[in-house]
Design a protein around this ligand. Sequence first.
Ligand SMILES: [Zn+2]
Length: 356
Amino acid sequence: MAKLFTKEYHRSMPPCIYCKTEDPEKFKGVEHVIPRSFGTFGAKTPTLKCVCDDCNVFFMKELDQVLARETLEGVTRYKKGIYSREARPQTKLKFSLAESPEVGDFHGAAVAVDGTTGKLMAPPAQYKILNKQTGKHETYRENQLKDLKITDEVYGKPGERETGIIAPSHDALDAFIKKLHEAGIPYKEKERYQPPFVKAMEGMPDDGVSTLEVTIDGKIDDTVKRALVKVLFNFAAYNLGAVEMLKSEWDMARNFIRFAGETLKGRVTQKPFWDGQETEKIRFLDDSYNLRIENQNGNVVGVLQFYNLFTYEFILLESYQIPPEQEVAYRFTPGQEPFIGRKMTMPQYLKMQRPE
Ligand SMILES: [Zn+2]
């Protein structure tokens, strides 16, 4: 009887579901199915013990941070009051001020969101020029000026170019003009933005009064995909168990996530996540993360949707099926215990909250 708790028992712990290490010393922490930066879910916050500490640290640095800071989902969490610990500007997502009376000549200016407050930071010094071919304003920071080639066919003839300089302060403006000069970029003295604009921007992030519309440009690259698929793989492990995940059929997904191996097939849609009362137009107002694992056309597909934004579908396994009773859908709302649905059928509590 006592044998159940001998060392042998502990050694039978399964290997890491990502790198397959069996070193028992490397399982001190737990992996959160949904990165902690997106909140926790009470006593039932889903975690995994079958992910080793090396993989856990790797994911935190390489994938979770990208999902949390450099995606639409990541910055949307600021709107929900979930903040980062650092104010570091985004590098993959591009925010630019949309055209509006408040913004005036600043429209098109590149800005960033302060992750500790969810508010816009004052724009860094930049050169703005209208690309006549695309009809879009381009902005160039100090370190990008060297790559800028101004040609007549792209930007128009010298007298017809629409250009400007944006800077957070007078000193920054003067310093930036010097840099433009050094880079051989033509500008006219009258193109300098006047101090009142600069002042308005300086006051903007703190007074909490201005709400400015921004345009967000981003790309779902392989790193973002890996971060998303990792959440689904974690979710699959949470529901199907480590023994299932260690089967060789899951190797392609595992290698993609952990070692940047061959990419998985996937698509992004605006489809509603839950079948039934939810439609393209009617969505649920509460802000949650929806995850689902299901058999679809002979493959195992993982679906996720954060904050009613995009619906991502990935083929986790081709030509494979999980037992139908293990197809599962969950709805996670920060601060609340998760709700379990069955495949596309929404949880009972959602039916009661349907907006009229
Ligand atoms: Zn590992």
